[in-house]
Design a protein. Structure first.
Length: 150
């Protein structure tokens, strides 16, 4: 089973490179997004669109910094908004609605990642403040002991 999964992943990584050169790009604006697959820019109506989504999920999975993860979710959400707009222009409203749901999901995940990052920063600041106060209390206690010993 593991061999099959590895083969599918490797195959999925090489299909965009192999077929990407012959596929026309939809727009120059779409090519400007960071974190995009090299060469290959599939739209939701493309057969290989799922590879693009897999790639994004893998990129997000291996992004451990919460702020960077939120930025990537936002970037991918912007891409979904562009794709939904293009699908509407082509008259594929059902597909556009599905892409719009993904857009909303990515924005919610970006918000959650930022909230976690803020909470983590607050907790870190609280811990630093607690350590600083503990040090001051210890200094006061040492001064008190010194004054008693005199």
């Amino acid at each position: 089973m593991k061999k099959i999964i590895i083969i599918v992943i490797i195959f999925g990584l090489f299909i965009p490179v192999y077929f990407g050169a012959s596929l026309p790009r939809r727009s120059a604006a779409q090519a400007g997004f960071p974190d995009d697959l090299p060469i290959f820019s599939a739209m939701p109506d493309n057969v290989f669109y799922f590879l693009k989504i897999w790639y994004e999920k893998i990129v997000i999975f291996f992004t451990f910094d919460l702020v960077k993860r939120a930025e990537r979710y936002t970037t991918f959400a912007e891409k979904r908004a562009y794709e939904a707009e293009e699908m509407v222009k082509e008259g594929k409203v059902d597909l556009a609605a599905k892409v719009e749901e993904t857009y909303k999901s990515y924005l919610n995940k970006a918000k959650e990642a930022l909230e976690k990052a803020i909470q983590k920063a607050i907790d870190k600041k609280k811990e630093a403040l607690k350590q600083e106060l503990d040090k001051k209390v210890e200094d006061v206690m040492n001064k008190l002991k010194e004054s008693i010993n005199l």
